[in-house]
Design a protein around this ligand. Sequence first.
Ligand SMILES: Nc1nc2c(ncn2[C@@H]2O[C@H](COP(=O)(O)OP(=O)(O)OP(=O)(O)O)[C@@H](O)[C@H]2O)c(=O)[nH]1
Ligand SMILES: [Zn+2]
Length: 348
Amino acid sequence: MSDPRAAARAIDALRRGWPVAIDGVALLAVETADRERLAAFDPDAKAPLLLSAGRAWTLKLANQRDAAVPDNPVLVDRSPWLDFDTATALADPQFDLATPLKGPFRAIALDWPDVAGAALRLARIAGVLPAFFARPAQGEPAIALADIDAHEDADRLRIVTRARLPVAGAEDSEIVAFRTDEMPGEHVALIIGQPDGNAPLVRLHSECLTGDMLGSLKCDCGPQLHAAVHAIEASGWGILLYLRQEGRGIGLINKLRAYALQDQGFDTVDANVRLGFAVDARNFKVAARMLTLLGQPAIRLLTNNPDKVAALEAAGISVTERVPHKLPPNPHNARYLDTKRDRTGHQL
Ligand SMILES: Nc1nc2c(ncn2[C@@H]2O[C@H](COP(=O)(O)OP(=O)(O)OP(=O)(O)O)[C@@H](O)[C@H]2O)c(=O)[nH]1
Ligand SMILES: [Zn+2]
């Protein structure tokens, strides 16, 4: 039996700088550790460092091993000069340009690739940098791989409450709130208008605190959010899903780290890779589950992103039409939109 609460406890531990054990491997997150915690975790200074494929590639470590499988995590041998500060420099890309790294570093065989992948996933869910010291477990709070799967299982989402919610531009609207017992973010659906027998016009909007709330001009999220409400209202009826998948699923802090890298000149794709994350870490099964709970197996989708169509179709939702959702660029987001068109397949 998998236990999603075990994953919730592990995520909490990572954020507090406490070690966790996944299937017999003890892991200490570099970001939330410090010298004392590292010394307590690994008194002999032998524990190697686990890095994501993207981070290892950025540091030119990935090609030393597994060149054929560039998505694989990499284990870095614990040389005497790989102390806590150096590990931080390996984990955190913000200083890559300013501080040429010490070395040399050596990638060593990773006998537990599934555990490594699970650890990096946990880091993403916890919103910390994907880098860990690793050694055999010695009684740390344990989780199994299946616990992490259970934690992210979209089928655990359920409707908790619903209420009328008139919004600007769509007064005949109802909000429906969804959650699982363990996951912190509550997703919501705004049902705009009344079902009229036609497939609803649906928008999947991923949370963007900077764009949705602060009026950031770096992206197109704020204008897209408001334009979606108007487009759905004008279409007769439909559903806006507001998904708590900030920063394409890497969380606010890591998105802002990606922004800091963009300040150094990297684009939105390379910034995610340098941090050690997937370019898009969102799980659109969440959206499919919400539509299923709302009784909508066939929809028209408002998006420029063919991946969203494919992900919904793969999760059993029939997308009968893709409706473009383009907003005019501004001087601050023009490069971002160009990158989406040129590198992530957006139809812009
Ligand atoms: N990691 C990261 N996330 C970003 C960045 N800019 C915007 N986001 C997030 O991207 C999400 C919005 O996704 P977009 O890629 O803009 O658009 P999309 O939803 O994939 O596609 P459309 O449906 O066509 O709009 C939100 O969660 C934003 O917080 C960035 O530079 N880095
Ligand atoms: Zn945004």
